[in-house]
Design a protein around this ligand. Sequence first.
Ligand code: ADP
Ligand code: ASP
Ligand code: MG
Length: 410
Amino acid sequence: MSLIVQKYGGTSVGTPERIINVAKRILETKEAGHQVVAVVSAMSGVTNRLIELADQVTGEGKPTEREMDVLLATGEQTTIALTAMALNSMGAEAVSLTGAQAGIETDGVHTKARISNISPEGVHEMLDEGKIVILAGFQGKTADGKITTLGRGGSDLTAIAMAAAIDADLCQIFTDVDGVYTCDPRVVPDAKKIDEISYDEMLEMASSGTKVMQSRSVEFAKKFGVRFEVRSSLNNNPGTLVREESMSMESVVIRGVSLEREQAKVTISGVNDLPGTAGKIFGAVAEANILVDMIVQNVSVKQTGKTDISFTVHRDDVEKAEAALTPVLAELGNGVTIRARDGIAKLSVVGIGMRSHSGVAAEMFEALSNAGINIEMISTSEIKITVTVSEEQIDEAAKVMHAAFGLAEA
Ligand code: ADP
Ligand code: ASP
Ligand code: MG
């Protein structure tokens, strides 16, 4: 008998028929002699609709984050009840649990809370009584009982954290694709399913736009050594195993290509190239809780000692960034200006093989140039190279990258 955590995403529970399908799969696992905790997401589209509703009742003002979490948590609460009902009507003994009921405690950062502790005794007890536990993804509670949510895609994190807390033998992330592909199969139709990928590669892909896994969940899995499998809830094909790296993984230079749309580039020009300038700029942006990604500072002009600093943010954060920076610009002196431009997307190639292979950047830039795609900004890490291109060209750029590194033949 194994202890198995399964997670079913929004599309997998998107209709009553799909919930019944999921219930059957859970029951099959149980009937094969295993203990099962099944984490479910809100039915697809529900979380987005709840966000729209909140916007509609608050008009110009913003909903308080406390109430936002109370609202968003209802999406998953609906699915746990329906899944447990479906199972019970099949003759199984299933019990639904909210995050709070399952002992998932978080910090108080509403809408993107971090899990601080899990007390799994109650879950163990129910499993020992022979019950199937249906757990609401994406939510927890603070020490003083407030409902919190874990950021978009957070049901992945619930599954991985619970698998770690109960020391599960297996953690399976069921979704609407067969696994993690070399690129988003909706963009690159000849993308190939990856059989095995290291935590670091999965993390770099997830944080650069590969939304099949929430990046924080992968971070957690790496930290606590939770191996997991990403696979389809609609068939029985083997999926992708995400695990610690092995020697053989290094032989593949590029594991996958990620893309992220809806980015904007903010440029601050005419700043003095002096210690403390970047600190002031990014301090103000961080204070406003805006996620900054690529940062590029030009070499300063010798005669004037002035330079430009550019960075990317999500398109929706531009106004907030400009507002946060306005007081700083005044402080930075005369002639400092700010410009923002959206319509930008990020393209990344990821692979641990890059550590031991040179020339990847050159190959990437040459392939893009041959396709007439202009690169605006570049940043690199040990196992990732990211460039920004025009958003209109991102699909083409992803296809060009995929072909240039021979990923369809992987
Ligand atoms: P779930 O609702 O199960 O959590 P998501 O919508 O969060 O599912 O993630 C699955 C989707 O991620 C797929 O339908 C696919 O379009 C997208 N995706 C993006 N990049 C990749 C990739 N490299 N491999 C697999 N899926 C990807
Ligand atoms: N329902 C949440 C979302 O849409 C969490 C999840 O699906 O993982 O982001
Ligand atoms: Mg998801």
